[in-house]
Design a protein around this ligand. Structure first.
Ligand code: AMP
Length: 287
């Protein structure tokens, strides 16, 4: 397994692979890897075959964090991440630093961003105003460096995956986007690097996101059509029962357009963001 941290070096290797006709499958991550990330690596391998190369990037991208968010304390453990990548059959880990990804930014010599203007206007885009501009910019840059044939993203970040698909289509990136299912702990909590912060009873309280998704599905299965406002207020009450849980948003939307719906039916998508203590968790599912 190769480990490269310099942008020109990774691009040179990717170009060599491309010229040799070797397929590249890519999984961008922010590190602190868990089984969810590794399932994306396996999906990438399945799509490109034994002869292809699987590339994982590990980079905590500062431009997708707002000024009051958890950039500085985002969990990191590169040594462990590299071991997991090696065990999972990754061929190349790209571990850039800020000076590789945003050269000149500190001196104000970096000024190009990629902005998706429609799908990023709701949910995470409203709650975290600079987030998706950072995501699309870094993913576009990573695609230009890694030159993947296939890139795998998690359904856990449903809106992100939709925005990346749109960016790839709108900007003609020659890459196939695959969206892989959310891996969960036994009690339903979606795996996330941020789960590390859930100490003591917070870990139990965090299952409220999965409970909310399951209850919403049960209600919609039974009633076939429920006013979104009613369901929202019921779920808000459910979440408030947990002493350290605070609902940021819950939204019901069309999975293609991401536009909110007034009445929730089977097939409508639900997404929610909840603070458990100081840790903000997100989850989503098709109802
Ligand atoms: P992150 O490191 O959080 O930026 O995530 C990197 C990629 O892993 C993104 O495409 C996420 O959607 C995906 N991912 C994160 N958590 C999970 C999970 N529990 N199951 C599947 N994919 C995930």
């Amino acid at each position: 397994m190769r480990i490269i941290s310099r942008a020109p070096a990774v691009q040179a290797l990717s170009l060599r692979w491309k010229r040799a006709g070797i397929k590249v499958g890519f999984v961008p991550t922010m590190g602190y890897l868990h089984e969810g990330h590794l399932s994306l690596v396996r999906t990438a391998r399945r799509h490109i075959g034994k002869k292809g190369k699987v590339v994982v990037s590990i980079y905590v991208n500062p431009t997708q964090f707002g000024p009051t968010e958890d950039l500085a304390k985002y969990p990191r453990d590169l040594k462990r991440d590299l071991e997991l990548c090696r065990e999972t059959g990754v061929d190349l880990v790209f571990t850039p630093g800020d000076s590789d990804m945003y050269p000149g930014k500190a001196e104000r010599n970096y000024s190009t961003y990629v902005v998706e203007e429609k799908l990023s206007q709701t949910m995470e885009g409203t709650a975290r105003p600079v987030h998706f501009r950072g995501v699309t910019t870094v993913v576009a840059k990573l695609f230009n460096l890694v030159l993947p044939d296939v890139a795998v993203f998690g359904q856990k970040d449903f809106q992100q995956a939709a925005i990346i698909r749109r960016m790839v289509c709108d900007l003609n990136f020659p890459v196939k986007i695959i969206v892989a299912p959310t891996l969960r702990e036994r009690d339903g909590l979606a795996m996330s690097s941020r789960n590390k912060y859930l100490l003591g009873d917070l870990r139990r309280q965090a299952t409220v996101l999965w409970c909310a998704l399951k209850i919403a599905k049960t209600i919609v299965d039974k009633s076939k059509s429920v006013p979104a406002a009613d369901l929202k207020s019921d779920l808000k009450k459910l979440i408030q029962i947990e002493p350290d849980a605070k609902l940021d948003y819950v939204e019901f939307f069309d999975p293609k357009t991401l536009l909110p719906v007034a009445s929730v039916k089977p097939g409508t998508h639900m997404a929610l963001a909840v603070y458990i203590g100081r840790t903000r968790l997100i989850d989503n599912a098709r109802l």
